[in-house]
Design a protein around this ligand. Structure first.
Ligand code: C2E
Ligand code: CA
Ligand code: CA
Length: 787
C-alpha cells in the first residue's frame, strides 16, 4: 500500500485506523475526485455511526433527524477541515483526532463502496470479525457474509442506504474463523458535494452475547410456559401482605378456573371461590403467614366458576430482601382432588366392614365416643347369632356369608334411620340407638329384631334356624365410656345366651357377675404361680361312730382383692380355659401331701377324696399325675378316692371308661359324685362299677320332708350294696338326717353337721369335738379316725 507516502516523516507510524482513513482518502482520490473535506466529512460521519445507529433504530420519522444529525456533523467537520486543509500540520492533527475517535468506537465500522464491497474496515471491527487485520477484509463483498433471511435484510438495508436513507437490521453472520455472531447493523449513506451517495458507512454492533442471553431466557421461559400449561400447578407471587398479586402462572386457569388477567384486576378474586366451611381456616393461615413471616400451607376446597368442587393445597414461602424484610410471598397451589378422593376411599375402607358394607368396630367405637362426649342418652345393642358355627358348617361359607349380609340388611331396615349398625366380625353385630333409647323402646326394638330373624331371614334362606341373642347397655346407666358400654352389652348378650338364647337381656347385676367372672379369668394365670390356691378339707364320717374315715379336699382361691373365693365361681372358668389340668395336678399333689403328713402324725387309716372334673378326665396326663403324686408321697393307692360326677363320665363315655380302668389298675378308688342330679342311670353305675356312690345333698335335704326321697335313698343304698359299692350321703346338716341315713345303712356321711370344710390344721380339733359330742350322747365305739 502506498499510504505511508502521505504520512509526514517524523510522525509516529500511524495506527491502522488512521491508515484506514488515509487509505480511504488516497484510494477514493484516485477513483474519483473528491474533495479532501468531503472525505474527512465522510470519515467523521463514519465515526459517528454509533450515534447514527441509535438514531436509525428509531422509527422512520427519525430518518429526518438522522439526516439532520449527519448534516450537522458534516457541517461542523467541514468548517474545521477547511481551516486545516491549508496546513499539513493541521491535517496531521485532524488525522490524530480521527484516529482517537475511531479507536473509541466499539463497533465494527466499515466503509462500503456503492457496489457493496468493503473499502475499509476499522481495526476494532476487524478484531470483532476475528480477522488478522483490516486488510484481510478489505475488498470483500459485504453482502456475501449474510445468508438466508439475513441476506435479504442486508440487501434491503444496502439498497435503502444507497437510495439515501439510513437503514438498520439485525442478523447473524460468520466471522473469518467461522464463528456465528449476531450484529445490529446500521448503514448510512455518504454523499459528495452534489448530494450523490458515493459510499456507505456501516456500523455493526456485536450483539451476540445479548442475543444468546435472550435466546437462553426465551428457551427457559418457553420451558416454564410449557410446564406451567401442562401441570395442574399454579405458581404465584404476592405482595408481602398477600393483598396484591404480582405474578400468577397460566395454570390458574386449569386449577381455579380463572385467568391471570382476572387476578391482575382483583388480586383476591380467588378467595371468593373458597368453600365457606374452609374459608376461615384458610384466612387464618394467611394471616399467620403475614404476621409471622413464615412458611405456610393449607388444604381447602373451592367451587370453581364451572360449579365443580376441587380440593386445593397451597403452600407459601416469604422471600426476604437484603435488609431481611419480606419482599413478597411466592408459592404453589395444586389441585389435590384425586389424592383427597383416594384418602376418602381409604378412610371409608378403614371404617367399613368388607362383607356387609356396614360400619366396622373402629367406626362403632368412634361413634360411641362421640355420643359419650355429647352426653346424650343412647342404647347399645350387641347382637350375636345363635349357633352360627353350626350354620356355617352346614351351609358352607359362601351361603353363610350371604346370610350374614342379609342379616346386616335386616338389622339396618328394622332400625330407625339414625341408628348406626356395625358388624364387629364373625356373627357379631352391634347397634347404637340414640333418640328413643329408654328401656321400653329398646326392648320393643330388640324383640322386633328377634322376630325378623326367625321369620324373614329363615324364609329367605331356607335356613333351619336363625336366632340371635341380644345384650343391651345404656348410656350413662351402664357405663360412661365405650369400653364399659361395650363390655356391659357383651356380658348382657352372654347372659341372654345363658338364659336359653333367642332373647335379649339388659346389662344388670347378673351381667356384672359375669363381668366379675371375666376379671377372675384374667387373674387366673397369675394365681397358680403366686400360690393363691389353697385346700380346705371336709370330714367323711362313719354314721355310727362318727369316726372320720376320710376327708374330701376342696379347693379355695385366696384372691388378692376378693378374698376367699369358692370353687363354684372359678372351677367352670378353669374348666373352660383348660387351666383345670394344671390346677388339678396341684390339688392332687397338695391333697396327698396333706394326707401323708396326717398319716405320718398317726392317723394311719385316713383316706382322701379328690374331685376330678370332666376336662381333667379327658386329659391323658391324669393317670400319670395321680401315679406320680402317690409315689412321691409314698401312699398306698387305696387311700385315694377320685370323685367324678356323672356328667363328667357321660361327656365321652368310652374315653372315661378307658381312663377309669387305668386309674383302677393303679389301685385308686373311684366315687360317683352328686349321684341323682344327672343321668342317675343304674345301668351306668354297673358299667363304670365305682367303689363309692355319693348321694347328692339335694336328696339329704329332702329326707325329712319327703317320704319318696327316703325310699329313693334306701333303694340307691340297697342296689349299690348289691353291686358291691359303698354309699356316702352328702350335705348332712341335722341329727335327724343322720338318723335316717344310719337307719338306711348308709356307709358314710358328710356334711356341715359333722365337719365343715376347713384348713387342715383346724380339722383335727374339729373332728375331736365331734367325737366328744357323740360320746355325750352315749354312742358306743368312737374313734377319731378310721383306724
Ligand atoms: P362337691 O364335690 O359336691 O363338694 C361338696 C360341696 O358341698 C362343697 O362345696 C362343700 O362345702 C359343700 N357342703 C358340704 N357339706 C355341706 C352341707 O352340709 N350343706 C351344704 N349346703 N353344703 C355342704 P364347695 O367346697 O363350694 O365345692 C363345690 C364344688 O366344687 C364341689 O362339689 C366340687 O364339685 C367342686 N370342687 C371343689 N374342689 C375341687 C377340686 O379340687 N377339683 C375339682 N375339679 N372340683 C372341685
Ligand atoms: Ca365331691
Ligand atoms: Ca358332691
Amino acid at each position: 500500500m502506498d499510504v505511508d507516502a502521505d504520512i509526514e516523516p517524523g510522525v509516529c507510524p500511524p495506527a491502522r485506523n488512521q491508515l484506514f482513513l488515509t487509505f480511504f482518502l488516497s484510494r477514493y482520490g484516485r477513483v474519483k475526485t473528491v474533495a479532501l473535506s468531503d472525505l474527512l466529512i465522510a470519515a467523521a460521519a463514519g465515526i459517528g455511526t454509533g450515534a447514527l445507529a441509535y438514531c436509525a433504530a428509531l422509527e422512520a420519522a427519525s430518518a429526518v433527524r438522522l439526516a439532520l444529525s449527519i448534516t450537522s456533523g458534516i457541517a461542523t467537520f467541514a468548517a474545521v477541515a477547511r481551516k486545516l486543509a491549508s496546513d499539513h500540520a493541521r491535517q496531521h492533527a485532524t488525522l490524530t483526532l480521527a484516529r482517537g475517535l475511531l479507536n473509541a468506537n466499539r463497533d465494527c465500522l466499515k466503509v462500503l463502496g456503492r457496489d457493496g464491497n468493503m473499502l475499509r474496515v476499522s481495526e476494532y471491527g476487524a478484531a470483532l470479525m476475528e480477522a488478522e487485520s483490516p486488510e484481510q477484509l478489505a475488498g470483500a463483498d459485504w453482502l456475501g457474509f449474510w445468508q438466508g433471511d439475513d441476506r435479504s435484510a442486508a440487501e434491503t438495508a444496502l439498497a435503502t442506504a444507497l437510495s439515501g436513507t439510513s437503514a438498520s437490521f439485525t442478523g447473524s453472520c460468520q466471522t473469518t474463523k467461522g464463528r456465528t455472531k449476531w450484529w445490529d447493523s446500521t448503514l448510512a449513506p455518504v454523499r459528495d458535494a452534489n448530494g450523490e451517495v458515493i459510499a456507505l458507512l456501516c456500523a455493526s454492533e456485536d450483539v451476540t452475547r445479548q442475543t444468546e442471553l435472550l435466546t437462553t431466557l426465551r428457551e427457559k421461559s418457553e420451558l416454564m410456559g410449557e410446564m406451567e400449561s401442562h401441570v395442574r400447578l399454579v405458581f404465584y407471587s404476592y405482595s408481602a401482605d398477600l393483598t396484591t398479586c404480582l405474578y400468577v402462572s397460566t395454570g390458574v386457569e386449569q386449577v381455579f378456573g380463572i385467568t391471570p388477567s382476572m387476578l391482575a384486576q382483583n388480586s383476591s378474586v380467588w378467595l371468593e371461590l373458597v368453600h365457606p366451611d374452609d374459608s376461615e381456616r384458610l384466612r387464618a393461615e394467611m394471616r399467620r403467614i403475614v404476621e409471622e413471616a413464615s412458611d405456610g400451607r393449607c388444604e381447602y376446597r373451592i367451587r370453581r366458576p364451572d360449579g365443580c368442587i376441587r380440593w386445593i393445597r397451597s403452600t407459601a414461602y416469604p422471600v426476604r430482601d437484603e435488609a431481611g424484610n419480606v419482599a413478597r410471598v411466592v408459592g404453589v397451589s395444586e389441585d389435590i382432588t384425586v389424592e383427597q378422593e383416594r384418602l376418602v376411599a381409604l378412610d371409608r375402607l378403614a371404617y367399613t366392614d368388607g362383607l356387609t358394607g356396614l360400619a366396622n368396630r373402629t367406626a362403632l367405637v368412634q361413634r360411641i365416643k362421640a355420643l359419650c362426649r355429647q352426653n346424650v342418652a343412647f342404647g347399645l345393642m350387641f347382637i350375636d347369632l345363635d349357633r352360627f358355627k353350626v350354620l356355617n358348617d352346614t351351609l358352607g361359607h359362601t351361603v353363610a356369608d350371604r346370610l350374614l349380609k342379609d342379616i346386616g340388611k335386616v338389622i339396618h331396615e328394622a332400625l330407625p334411620p339414625a341408628a348406626c349398625v356395625a358388624r364387629l366380625g364373625g356373627d357379631e353385630f352391634a347397634v347404637i340407638v340414640s333418640g328413643e333409647s329408654d328401656k321400653a323402646s329398646l326392648a320393643t326394638l330388640a324383640q322386633s329384631l328377634l322376630n325378623m330373624f326367625s321369620n324373614e331371614v329363615r324364609t329367605n334362606h331356607a335356613a333351619p334356624f336363625v336366632t340371635a341373642s341380644i345384650g343391651i347397655s345404656l348410656f350413662p346407666e351402664h357405663g360412661r365410656d365405650h369400653e364399659a358400654l361395650l363390655t356391659s352389652a357383651d356380658i348382657a348378650m352372654y347372659a341372654a345366651k345363658k338364659a336359653g338364647r333367642n332373647g335379649f337381656q339388659f346389662a344388670d347385676k347378673a351381667a356384672s357377675d359375669v363381668l366379675e367372672d371375666f376379671e377372675l379369668e384374667r387373674s387366673l394365670p397369675a394365681a397358680l404361680a403366686s400360690n393363691q390356691f389353697a385346700l380346705h378339707f371336709q370330714g367323711i364320717h362313719e354314721p355310727a361312730s362318727l369316726a372320720m374315715k376320710s376327708v374330701e379336699a376342696l379347693v379355695r382361691w385366696n384372691h388378692p382383692t376378693r378374698g376367699m373365693v369358692g370353687p363354684a365361681s372359678f372351677i367352670p372358668i378353669l374348666e373352660e380355659s383348660g387351666f383345670i389340668v394344671e390346677v388339678g395336678a396341684w390339688v392332687m399333689d397338695a391333697a396327698l401331701a396333706q394326707l401323708a403328713s396326717w398319716r405320718a402324725a398317726g392317723r394311719k387309716g385316713l383316706c382322701v377324696s379328690v374331685n376330678v372334673s370332666a376336662r381333667q378326665l379327658k386329659d391323658d396326663s391324669i393317670v400319670a399325675v395321680v401315679d406320680r403324686a402317690l409315689r412321691k408321697h409314698q401312699l398306698p393307692p387305696r387311700c385315694l378316692e377320685i370323685e367324678l360326677t356323672e356328667s363328667a363320665l357321660m361327656d365321652d363315655p368310652t374315653l372315661a371308661q378307658q381312663t377309669l380302668m387305668s386309674l383302677k389298675r393303679l389301685g385308686v378308688r373311684i366315687a360317683i359324685d352328686d349321684f341323682g342330679t344327672g343321668y342317675s342311670s343304674l345301668r351306668y353305675l354297673a358299667d363304670f362299677s365305682p367303689d363309692t356312690v355319693k348321694i347328692d345333698r339335694s336328696f339329704t335335704a329332702k329326707l325329712l320332708r319327703d317320704e319318696a326321697t327316703v325310699s329313693i335313698v334306701r333303694g340307691i343304698i340297697q342296689i349299690s350294696h348289691q353291686l358291691g359299692m359303698k354309699v356316702t350321703a352328702e350335705g348332712v346338716e341335722t341329727n335327724a338326717q343322720l338318723d335316717i341315713l344310719r337307719d338306711a345303712h348308709c356307709d358314710y356321711v358328710q356334711g356341715f353337721f359333722l365337719t365343715k370344710p376347713m384348713a387342715a390344721d383346724q380339722l383335727v380339733d374339729a373332728s375331736r369335738s365331734i367325737v366328744m359330742r357323740q360320746s355325750e350322747s352315749a354312742v358306743p365305739s368312737l374313734s377319731v379316725d378310721g383306724t
